[in-house]
Structures are given as structure tokens and as C-alpha cells.
Design a protein around this ligand. Sequence first.
Ligand code: UTP
Length: 233
Amino acid sequence: MVAPAIIALGGSLLYGDHDVKTWLGQLRQTIVHLEGNGRKIGLVIGGGKPARDGIQLAEHLVKDRYQLDEIGIAATRLNATILQTMLAEIGCNVADVVPTSTDTAATLFERFDVVVMGGTKPGHTTDAVSVAFARDSGAANVIIATNVSHVYTADPRTNDDAEPIDMLTLSELQEITGKEALDPGQSAAVDPIAVQWAIECGLRIGVLDGRDIRRIEDALEGRPFEGTLVQPE
Ligand code: UTP
């Protein structure tokens, strides 16, 4: 079997200020087009606003971080169900379940062209899930589609001098993200756990602004894309 394309879609892509309905239509067209060309596609969707809102609602009463993570995971599975239903509607051969582990997700490619999932276990985000899904399904690359154009030298939300980076290595990325796991609902350019797992399996990562579907398509087709290419050592 040809290795599937694995794409992490940040939850912000479903709940941002852009025209989300148009974007969803474009995403669906892209997936159907890829499927028509014989590709297998794994989509890992983040929790976005429902995850953050749910965690915020509970966190003054719930102190166990793993339980807060479970709320985030539930939100990712809600979003996965939305995408899965939307793809099934158009006749896409998409898995009829939202798998809860990446090894199960990988085996679903034996029967389906498209597999949509959200989170798996507490302690990391869906960025890390996409890396594990790539590892378990034999993919050499992961696309992390967010609402930021590149990985920056520092957090661009708080640092005016932050510069976008076109290319770097996984260990250089790790110098930017650090190694500490994120708190429940906390966001970062790329989840440090995802970076660590990518180092362990030698994966290449493309980080790009997924609101522009063409950037996702460019990366999927192996063309130069606007964003950051993160190479193994
Ligand atoms: P996300 O994967 O959505 O976080 O998980 P994110 O990428 O930072 O945010 P978006 O989607 O781009 O906006 C949301 C939360 O769900 C829990 C964590 O608490 C995480 O912060 N989560 C998610 C897990 O604990 N395990 C998972 O496998 C996935």
C-alpha cells in the first residue's frame, strides 16, 4: 500500500474568523480529488474553541490535568465526527468510525481511503497524534495546518521581532518549542511532544497556514509550499 498523507488540522480552522463554510467545501473537494487519484488520507483534527471553552468551564473545579485533557479530547472527536460526516455525505470512502488510537487508525486504511480522527490520550495535542499516525501508517511526512503562516523565531503574538522561518531541522525546532508538555488547552507553534516523537521516528514536518487550501495542496503534491519545512537531521 502506498503510504498515506497525514494532515493535522488545527481546531482553529473550524472556528476562526475566516469563511469556514467555504473553507470546508474546499477541503472536501481537495480530499475527494486526492482520493480520485488513488491517495490515502489521514486527517487529525484539533479541538479548537469547544476544547478551550470546555476546559475553561471545568478548570476551576477540576484540578486533575488528565481529566481536563479528556474534555479537550472529547471536543476533537466532535470535530472529527463533523468532518467524517461531511466526507461520507459526498460519497467519499471514509472510515465510519472515529478511531481512538493511531494503530487502529492505520489498520483502517486496509478498508477505507480516508480516516478522520481527533485525540487519543491525555498528555499531548493532536499534533502529536498526527506524528504517531504517520509512524503507524508508514508515512514519512506530516503536514501541520494551523492559522499561522510559519514557525517563527519567537511567539509572533507577543514578540514584534519574531521572524518567519522557511526551513529548519527537528532539533532546531525543539530549541524553539522546548521539551515540556503543554498544559490542557494551551497552544504553541508545534506541540513539543510531537517534535520529540518526530525526532524519534525521523519524520519530515510541513507547518503552514491551512486557511489557504492551496498551501495544503502544494505540500501534499510535493511542490514548494508557503510555510516552514522541518527536516529530520
Ligand atoms: P488540540 O490538539 O486541539 O490542541 O487539543 P491545539 O492543537 O493546541 O489546539 P487547536 O486545535 O490548534 O486550536 C486540545 C486539547 O485537548 C487535549 C489537550 O488538553 C489539548 O490541549 N488533548 C488533545 C489530549 O489530551 N490528547 C490528545 O490526543 C488530543
